[in-house]
Design a protein around this ligand. Structure first.
Ligand code: HEC
Ligand code: HEC
Length: 430
């Protein structure tokens, strides 16, 4: 095993997908030096299954680094007190228009922090499937369309989203004052003086006269509290890490950690199935957006990344804005972004870690099982019912029945362990 011990690094390769894809293609095709893999010499099957080159590709998928990449736009991202507070916010249904919906309503700890329903029911029914929050801090973009570039900004969209929690930032700011003042101030410093309800009405967000008529300085004060709510939630989400899946144990040297079917599935994953073209890092996503031609089914047309870029650029809470704790680098990334026709119907490559826990699948939630996804890929997609142009590389895979089953068996080996029990439970709320 000595020749393959180096730990792969998580790659945020949004600017370099092309070089990466060519590197992988080279690795897949191989240029000389094929040779078969000899593990410690005691497991015959591995020698038959993977070449050295394939094993090198596999090692780029494991382990998942112990800590997610830093989040410089949130200086509270790794503050334990902020995380504890964020966990309370996450489970507290009072953070919604009628005190009935919390983040956990749709991201249930019992279902891998995803939703068993195809599309989620918050205050109203949405049109997209709720992704898992396990390992979410390893992602560069958030939402299927990437309209948030940080976890804290993502949370703010859910808190005010009409189909999600549908409350307002003024409501939440008063909630903090009434219920969470002490805990909040320990982490973030003094709240603004909210006593005067002419200056700080009990309810309102941009678009509502109560908010729009406030002074600029008071709006910024409220937005800052609102952003801090998101920053606390991010600190909690950063702890939702799930590593050491059977697949990782296998790559680390436990040859019996996964079945022979799963090993064959892994070979297809990095080879004939071309899955590795997009699911190519330890969190099994290239942090990019693609149009697979997933049919919209009964849902309205969804332009995906195209609208996502517009909303991201328009948001005062993006990483380049005044509520960001480190705007320079994010602003440079935002400067590159511009919605074009090519972005129509593109959706984010989701992580595949814990995918066995998070059915149903795809952005529409209309694919009930892992098998249904593989069959979709195997057929090279379906001819119609989607927005924009399907990516040119998607061809029928010609996998036989056994190969379809093997790929499913591999995906089932990606279910990891959660770091601590206490993160799954609703904490005591004030
Ligand atoms: C009504 C159900 C619902 C509620 C409530 C809800 N979410 Fe979500 N969440 C979703 C759906 C659906 C998506 C995908 C929507 C999209 O991509 O447009 C999503 C996406 C996300 C994502 C992006 C994940 C990814 O991989 O892109 C994060 C992070 C997240 N939610 C966290 C939260 C937090 C934190 C809260 C509470 C402040 C919350 N959600 C409240 C349903 C919900
Ligand atoms: C061209 C890039 C690309 C390739 C190749 C690719 N995927 Fe994906 N995968 C995606 C994207 C993008 C999505 C989300 C699509 C959507 O919802 O519109 C996705 C979604 C999925 C999902 C659903 C996950 C969820 O949480 O909803 C699974 C499972 C999956 N892919 C497995 C595979 C397997 C197995 C292969 C190889 C047979 C593969 N993918 C090949 C990009 C790719």
């Amino acid at each position: 095993m000595s020749s393959h011990v180096s730990a792969p690094k998580i790659q945020h390769n949004y600017l370099c997908t092309i070089c990466l894809i060519s590197a992988i293609t080279l690795a897949l095709i191989g240029c000389g030096d094929e040779g078969t893999l000899s593990m410690n010499g005691d497991i015959e099957t591995e020698v038959d299954i993977f070449t050295k080159r394939e094993w090198a590709v596999i090692q780029r998928l494991s382990p998942l680094p112990e800590v997610p990449p830093p989040s410089p736009t949130n200086r509270f991202a790794d503050n334990p007190d902020a995380a504890l507070l964020g966990q309370k916010f996450f489970f507290d249904e009072r953070f919604s228009i009628d005190a009935t919906v919390s983040c956990a309503t749709c991201h249930s700890p019992f279902y891998g922090f995803a939703d068993v329903e195809a599309t989620s029911l918050g205050v109203d029914r949405g049109t997209r499937n709720a992704p898992t929050l396990l390992n979410v801090a390893y992602n560069q973009w958030h939402f299927w369309d990437g309209r948030a570039d940080s976890l804290w900004a993502q949370a703010l969209i859910a808190l005010e989203g009409e189909k999600e929690q549908a409350g307002t930032r003024l409501q939440y700011t008063h909630l903090i004052k009434n219920l969470y003042r002490k805990d909040y101030e320990v982490v973030f410093g003094p709240l603004p003086n909210l006593v005067n309800t002419d200056r700080f009405p009990p309810n309102g967000k941009p678009g509502d006269p109560q908010f729009d008529n406030m002074s600029e300085a008071d709006k910024i004060a409220v937005n800052t509290v609102f952003a801090n709510i998101g920053k606390a939630i991010e600190a909690y989400e950063r702890l939702l890490i799930s590593r050491n899946a059977p697949f990782d144990q296998y790559v680390a040297g436990d040859m019996n950690a996964i079945s022979i079917e799963a090993k064959r599935g892994l070979k297809l994953f990095i080879g004939k199935g071309f899955c590795i073209l997009c699911h190519d890092t330890p969190s099994f996503t290239d942090n990019e957006f693609h149009n697979l031609g997933v049919p919209q089914g009964k849902f309205p047309e969804d332009t995906g990344r195209y609208d996502g870029i517009k909303q991201l650029l328009d948001s005062p809470f993006n990483g380049g804005g005044i509520y960001s704790d480190d705007p320079d680098v994010p602003q440079r990334i935002l400067n590159f972004l511009e919605p074009t026709q090519q972005h129509q119907g593109q959706f984010k490559t989701p992580t595949l870690r814990n995918v066995a826990l998070t059915a149903p699948y795809f952005h529409t939630g209309e694919f009930p099982t892992l098998r249904s996804i593989i069959e979709f890929n195997n057929a090279g997609g379906v001819p119609n019912g989607f927005v924009g142009m399907r990516e040119g590389t998607l061809e029928p895979l010609e996998l036989n029945e056994q190969e379809v089953q093997d790929l499913v068996a591999f995906l089932l080996t990606l279910t990891g362990e959660l770091s601590s029990e206490h993160l799954l439970r609703e904490p005591e709320l004030p």
